[in-house]
Write a protein that binds this ligand. Sequence first.
Ligand SMILES: C[C@H](NC(=O)[C@@H](N)CCCCN)C(=O)O
Length: 419
Amino acid sequence: MNPITPSRATAWWICALVAAALYGNYYVYDSIGPVADALQAQRGFSDTQVGLLNAVYSLPNVVLILLGGVLVDRFGAAKVTLGTAGICLLGALLTALSPNFEGMVAGRLLFGIGAETFGISTLAVLAEYFAGSNVAFTMGLALSLGRLGSYSTDMSPTWFPHAYAQGWQPPLLIAAAMAAASFAAAAAYWWIDRRVSAAAKHTAEKQAQPFVWRDLLHFGKAYWYLLILCVLWYSVILAFRSTFSIKYFQHVHGLDLAAAGEMNSYVFLAAVFATPAFGWLCDRVGRYAPFLAFGAVLLPISLAVMALSRSGLWVSTALIGVSFSLVPAVMWPLASKVVAPNRFGTAIGLMWVVQNAGIGGANLVAGWLNTRAGASAQNPAGYNDMMWFFGICSVIGAVFALVLWATAGRKDQELASRA
Ligand SMILES: C[C@H](NC(=O)[C@@H](N)CCCCN)C(=O)O
């Protein structure tokens, strides 16, 4: 990844195309949840089988995503974005058209292999085109379209009732159509990027970079603090919000399923608007680490409010909403500032290897703690151990965010890196 300087209009076109590609990609990522019930009723899938359709997304990436990051540095973001968008499309088609469970698993596996590397390459595109300014704003914008994709999947039963009335397959064909749109946006970006590279005679600079194994772990301290925060923060937020929060709201706070789901979805909806706004703010003031630390500290506070107060669900949801918008809006632009441009892909790949393992591990630990304590509507106190576990992880993550701020994110350091 090398910073490049096309016209502003071209750079904004690239940003729009990358954001559109992410919308389709995140739509497909979340597309199993709304058809889970239909898959069980119509195809006889068990809970474990449905769970596996999502688990196979993460499992290979505990190893493969590092290779993906290296590929981005070696071959450039444009080729990798196009190639992985193609793999995601094949995966989405295989999932929707497979006559049997094994075929669907293969489809989700293929999608997972493509999607995480696609995520890295889209961040690399924006770091490349907006290195001088607006990097946090454009990454925030692209992520906000991604969150809108996730929100759209949750709303798809309301938006496409006829498709859902016909069974499990039409909704997955809609997801495949989203993957096709994502591929088309990636292809348009690749085509523009080729013209930009040719015009700017950057071809030689963007040719394959040799990969040196011994450089793999050679990053500064700031990068490692960021990696630890990434693992702990995403493990808590994704394991809690995507797996256990709805059940927790029902059993501990007495909400019904619809109200619990709605409460959960506000966090994603808030992120659609707040993520680019926070990114814009960071770019304007030229400060990143203090915002990151603030967002990271809000997570344990919101968990404490949620666990300790029976009536504070709105307050804790709002605090998590701010954290969920602020931390990603700052983390990825900051990563692009603390590592060399030609090692950005490898750096994010390494972060996501540990992140994928952390998210998987946090899901297992939280599930085990709930089972061990017999957590249920009749025994809401059984969720206490899980909340302690998430609370401790989020406090450690916040401590590393504060250490990052204190050691590498002071005003003079950040303003110097801006110049
Ligand atoms: C940019 C960041 N993405 C990740 O951390 C991915 N490893 C996992 C994304 C899963 C949903 N597609 C984010 O989305 O904040």
